[in-house]
Design a protein around this ligand. Structure first.
Ligand SMILES: [Fe+2]
Ligand SMILES: [Fe+2]
Length: 193
């Protein structure tokens, strides 16, 4: 599914189930970061008109996801907590060397975004299948579909703006690297933990 090379151990859901407040807080900030990433791509690459148009749409969608998660937190009588560091993303963003042409930098950022969407999608799918609470499982099923579309969009833009063959090679290398990171994770009540 989604090209990912290492599926998440379903036991991760058992950890999540004991900490719904923590997972919702972490998830809310994932949606906030997805919004911020879309804005940042507009700021860094304004001349890519089609990308800018899609990022405007994405900002709206991701911030609406943030609200959906925030509403869930409020419904349960909780208050949004503070953001925590996302070790997965920190590790992931070390893969490509810094610098290079603008196109290269754009491709790297698009591939990172595609992968984070793909892994989030995989985690949401697992939550939608394994969570005992039906209402929350349904919530994650809906979001899973959105993130799958985002994954496809980011990968599509990388292939369109970069050299397709080079992009495909880099994508495979990034997937291998990500699988190594994931082999150390799956043990925390966060979306990527
Ligand atoms: Fe989202
Ligand atoms: Fe997304």
């Amino acid at each position: 599914m989604l090209g990912l090379k290492l599926p998440t151990d379903p036991r991760w859901v058992n950890i999540v189930e004991k900490n719904i407040e923590d997972i919702l807080t972490d998830h809310a900030f994932c949606e906030q970061k997805a919004t911020s990433t879309a804005i940042s791509l507009i700021v860094s690459f304004p001349e890519y008109t089609e990308l800018v148009q899609e990022m405007i749409a994405l900002v709206k969608e991701e911030i609406s996801h943030f609200k959906m998660v925030h509403d869930k937190i409020i419904e349960r009588g909780w208050t949004l907590g503070r953001d925590r560091r996302d070790d997965y993303v920190i590790q992931l963003l070390k893969f490509f060397p810094k610098g290079g042409s603008r196109t290269t930098q754009l491709v790297h950022r698009l591939l990172y975004a595609a992968l984070i969407e793909a892994r989030s999608c995989e985690r949401f799918r697992l939550l939608s299948e394994e969570l005992k609470e039906k209402e929350l499982a349904d919530f994650y099923r809906n979001l899973m579909v959105s993130e799958a579309n985002h994954y496809t969009m980011f990968l599509g833009f990388a292939r369109k703006y970069g050299n397709k063959k080079e992009v495909d090679t880099k994508w495979q290398q990034l997937l291998d690297y990500e699988a190594k990171i994931m082999s150390q994770l799956g043990n925390k009540e966060t979306i990527h933990g």
